[in-house]
Each structure stands twice: as structure tokens, then as C-alpha cells.
Design a protein around this ligand. Structure first.
Ligand code: HEM
Length: 501
């Protein structure tokens, strides 16, 4: 009897030691500091209980450990590291990319085939293959084809603003920009008119927003996938709602069928994908893969770009001097009063415009942190003077806190001030590794050129036709919705568009 009780106590003590003491001594054994932990949830207890988002917790860690190049933490029970030093970040994203080539989120077919083929979620050789398949669709040559199409939609947006029933009392810019970006991706990806300006909300937008919804189920699913992937795979947790996946799959299939049946040839993303399938054969480039790439473009390019565009319009409205300066730069290039189409090459000369967008992306980095995973041993310098180097083992998650880097006065003087001129002139004014709104290195955002062209097309045509002002309904100073997947403004960005001339 006593032997049995002793054995039971031994098992309980050993389990306690392995589960809580040993597991959470990982960083201490390696001389790495970390914030105090909760025994069950490591450093993410507040995220698990919906009190704070992961992004907010990382921002707190970043500020608390301001003396150090990095800080350890426990992502629930998994040791992870948050990098602070821009030099180190540059090394991880570029020079030593091979040690951090994974994005750290694992999804497979069990979480939904359409998303499993998204370049962002693939790793290793599958990622390399995916990335090389879509890269030719994002070249300057392709952008030259897309830019006029974007401007046709921008002109539709301008016409939409002319309706005083819509514009009186202010317009919420985030919603306005969703309509615009959905129409742009519809046109450039599938050659479809999403008709977003024709009604208050369309199915295209409704199903896309469902994907990024922060309702309880979607949030728990996403949390499980990023911090407990094995359980998520076991439970076949879908990364996006089935209704959204089915809706877009049907639209993509219909668009392909229509093109094949009617022999339609259109220079857009769908054509590059159909051409690729013909070249590689449908065994190597399956219809799931084709739909996956198209879906990825529709979705990755929609909310992200619309939020950034809304912030750009807000900053233009809030800073009237910059608005005048931008307008005259655009008018000089386009010819005053002439409101036709600008060619893609001309964008190159709009240097203030570039600085203004770069500064908006610094001040409002809608993706507040990047996740990477160590894929090959990597040696970190000692955390403290006279400490020992730390060997990062494959599998360790690595967080790059974009928001914190952008708001650190060591990287940007007077960081809360909107000042496009900090991006004027040479690139070396900005410390490498301290400014990463699109990431950096081989896994940098593939849609960057597309997103910037899309934003510019809208701003050019709006600013030539309207003075933009901040409407009183906007809560200033701005507060962010940190619980959303992408950073947005609480209460919305309400703007007035006042017709010029
Ligand atoms: C202004 C809007 C956008 C922002 C701020 C943005 C930002 C980002 C960021 C931060 C990453 C992660 C980079 C990393 O982990 O190092 C990323 C990846 C990615 N983005 Fe974007 N993005 C935007 C628009 C777009 C658009 C329009 C597309 C259209 C196709 C797109 C497609 C992707 C893809 C496929 C990846 C994964 C790349 C890879 O893993 O190789 N993004 N984006």
C-alpha cells in the first residue's frame, strides 16, 4: 500500500517537475531573462483570456527589456524569443535567412486546402516552389498592366464620392477603402467587377471580412493554429470559415470555366496562373494550387491594403500642409486640371508621395509583429555583458515586433509625430532592421508593389478632385483596435471629402 502511495507521489512530483519546473527553466538555464510567467499559460495568459492581444503583450515586453538585444518568453509552454536589436533582426531576416526560413504557422490540408496553398502559410521547399510560381505576377511589367486598371476603379471611387447622400456627414474611410480594394483585386486578379460601390455591402466583402473576423470561434481557431498547431491539426480546425472558402472557390471555378468556355484572353493574374498550369501540367500544378494562389491574392491583398489606404487618407486629412504639398507634386506630374490616367513609370518621380506612404506605414503598421521559426541552429550574442552566447535550436519561435521598432525613439526621433520627411533622400537614414512594415528579405511581402500602386492610384484621383478633412466623428488621438488581426482605428476614420473647383 505505502509503496503504491509513494509511487503515485513520485509520479505526481516528476510530472509537476517536467510540466512546470523543467519546461519553464529553459531560458534560465541559458542565461536569458524573461517576464514572470503563469504556470499554465507562460507569458500569454492575458491573450488566452482575451484581455490583451499578442501584439500588446509583445509591445510591453519590448519596452520593459529596453536594455537588451532580445528577451525570452514562453508562448504558452513553448520557449520563444522576441528580438529588439535591429542589427540582429536584419541578420535573421536577410543574411541568416536560412536559419529562419519558416513563418512559424503550420497549416496543412486538414485545416482547409485553399489556405494550405497560401504562400504565407507554406514552409521549406513547398514555400520556395510557391513563391517562385507567383513571383512573375508581381514584376514591374505586370504592374504596368495593372496600374491603369486600378485607376479606372479609382475614378469609380471618385464618382461614388460625388453622391451627396453618401458623402454628407462624413465617410468612414476604412469601409470606403474596402470597396475600392475589393474592386481592384476583382479586376486585376479575375477580371471581375465586384460592384462594391453599387450597394452598402456585397458578398465579396462580407465573406472576405468573415475570414478576418474577431468573433470568438475564429479567434480561438487562429490562436490554436498559431500556438498549439498539433491540437489544431488533430481537431481539423479550419483556418477560415468553410462558408467563405466555398464562396470564393465557386467564384474562382466559375471565372476559370467562363474563360475556357468563351476563349477569353485577359492579361491578369488568372491568366498567369492558367498559363502556368498549362506549362507545368495539372498533376504538378493542381487546381487546388491554382485556386490557392488566386484566393491568396484576393484575400492577402484586400484588408491589408484597404487599412493602409485609409490611414494614408487620414494622415493627408490631418496634415493639411502635407496635403497641399502632395497635391502639387501630383499635379505637376499629371498636368494641372487634367484628370486622366497616370502611367506607372511616373510614380517613380513622386518622391514626397513615397515618403508620405512610408511614414504612414511606420506610424500605423497594420501587421504589428512578424513571426518566424528557427530552422537551423543559430547563435545569439550574450544577452548581458559577460554572459554566454545562446544557441537557438530549430523549432524556437522568433518574434519581430514591428510596432515597437517603429515607435522606439532609438530608431525614429519623436516617434509619435507624423513626419514624412524622415524618409526623404537616402535609404541609410533609416537603420536597417528597424523599419519592417512589409517584412524584409526573401519572405518579404510579395504584394508590396501591387499594394503601393493600388494605394497611389486611389490617392492620386481623390486628391485631384477633393480636399480631404478629418470629420469630428473620428476619435482623436487615434486609438487602435488591438484585438483585430490587423491594426485598425477604434470608432473608424471619418473623413469629409470636399469637391474642388
Ligand atoms: C499595404 C498592404 C500590405 C502590407 C502592409 C503587407 C504586409 C505583409 C507582411 C508584414 C508580410 C510578412 C513578411 C514577413 O514575414 O517577413 C507579408 C507577407 C505576404 N504578403 Fe503582404 N502586405 C500587404 C499587401 C499584400 C498584397 C496586396 C498581397 C497580394 C498578393 C500580399 C501578399 C503577401 C504574401 C503572399 C505574403 C507571404 C510571402 C511569403 O511568405 O513568401 N500582401 N505581407
Amino acid at each position: 500500500m505505502w509503496i503504491l502511495v509513494g509511487l503515485l507521489c513520485g509520479i505526481i512530483t516528476l510530472s509537476w517537475y517536467l510540466l512546470f519546473i523543467k519546461k519553464f527553466s529553459y531560458w534560465k538555464e541559458r542565461g536569458v531573462l524573461h517576464p514572470p510567467i503563469s504556470k499554465l499559460f507562460g507569458n500569454l495568459k492575458q491573450t488566452v483570456f482575451f484581455q490583451k492581444s499578442e501584439g500588446e503583450l509583445y509591445h510591453e515586453m519590448y519596452r520593459k527589456y529596453s536594455q537588451f538585444p532580445y528577451v525570452g518568453f514562453y508562448r504558452i509552454r513553448k520557449p520563444a524569443i522576441l528580438l529588439r536589436d535591429p542589427e540582429l533582426i536584419k541578420d535573421v531576416l536577410t543574411s541568416n535567412f536560412s536559419s529562419f526560413s519558416d513563418n512559424g504557422i503550420d497549416i496543412d490540408g486538414s485545416n482547409g486546402p485553399i489556405m494550405a496553398n497560401n504562400t504565407f502559410f507554406t514552409n521549406g521547399t513547398e514555400w520556395k516552389k510557391n513563391r517562385s510560381q507567383v513571383t512573375p505576377s508581381f514584376t514591374t511589367k505586370q504592374m504596368k498592366l495593372y496600374f491603369p486598371l486600378m485607376q479606372i476603379v479609382a475614378k469609380r471611387l471618385v464618382r461614388y464620392l460625388e453622391d451627396s447622400r453618401i458623402s454628407s456627414g462624413g465617410i468612414e474611410a476604412q469601409e470606403l477603402c474596402e470597396k475600392y480594394t475589393m474592386d481592384v483585386v476583382g479586376t486585376c486578379v479575375l477580371g471581375l467587377d465586384a460592384k462594391s460601390f453599387d450597394s452598402s455591402t456585397t458578398d465579396y466583402i462580407r465573406f472576405a471580412k468573415q475570414i478576418f473576423s474577431t468573433d470568438l470561434v475564429t479567434t480561438i481557431n487562429f490562436m490554436l493554429l498559431s500556438i498549439a498547431p498539433r491540437i489544431a491539426h488533430l481537431l481539423k480546425i479550419p483556418i477560415i470559415p468553410k462558408s467563405s472558402a466555398n464562396y470564393y472557390k465557386t467564384i474562382i471555378d466559375e471565372a476559370i470555366k467562363y474563360r475556357n468556355d468563351n476563349n477569353v484572353i485577359r492579361d491578369d493574374f488568372l491568366k498567369t496562373m492558367i498559363d502556368l498550369q498549362e506549362k507545368l501540367g495539372s498533376d504538378n500544378f493542381t487546381s487546388d494550387k491554382l485556386s490557392g494562389h488566386i484566393f491568396s491574392f484576393l484575400i492577402d491583398g484586400f484588408i491589408t491594403t484597404s487599412l493602409v489606404l485609409a490611414f494614408v487618407l487620414y494622415e493627408i486629412a490631418a496634415n493639411i500642409d502635407f496635403q497641399e504639398k502632395l497635391r502639387s507634386e501630383i499635379e505637376n506630374k499629371m498636368g494641372e486640371g487634367e484628370k486622366s490616367i497616370m502611367d506607372y513609370e511616373s510614380l517613380h518621380d513622386l518622391t514626397f508621395f513615397n515618403s508620405l506612404i512610408n511614414e504612414t506605414l511606420r506610424l500605423h503598421p497594420i501587421i504589428t509583429f512578424l513571426t518566424k521559426r528557427c530552422t537551423k541552429e543559430y547563435v545569439l550574442p550574450p544577452m548581458i555583458t559577460n554572459g554566454k552566447s545562446v544557441v537557438l535550436q530549430p523549432g524556437i519561435p522568433v518574434i519581430i515586433p514591428t510596432f515597437s521598432l517603429h515607435y522606439d525613439s532609438a530608431n525614429f526621433s519623436n516617434p509619435t509625430k507624423f513626419d514624412p520627411h524622415r524618409f526623404d533622400g537616402k535609404d541609410d537614414k533609416i537603420k536597417k532592421g528597424s523599419y519592417v512594415p512589409f517584412g524584409e528579405g526573401p519572405r518579404m511581402c510579395i504584394g508590396q508593389k501591387f499594394a503601393l500602386a493600388q494605394i497611389k492610384a486611389a490617392v492620386i484621383h481623390i486628391i485631384l478632385n477633393y480636399d480631404i478633412r478629418v470629420n469630428d466623428k473620428t476619435k482623436t488621438p487615434l486609438e487602435y483596435n488591438w484585438q483585430e488581426l490587423f491594426l485598425s482605428a477604434k470608432g473608424g476614420l471619418w473623413l469629409d471629402f470636399i469637391k474642388r473647383h
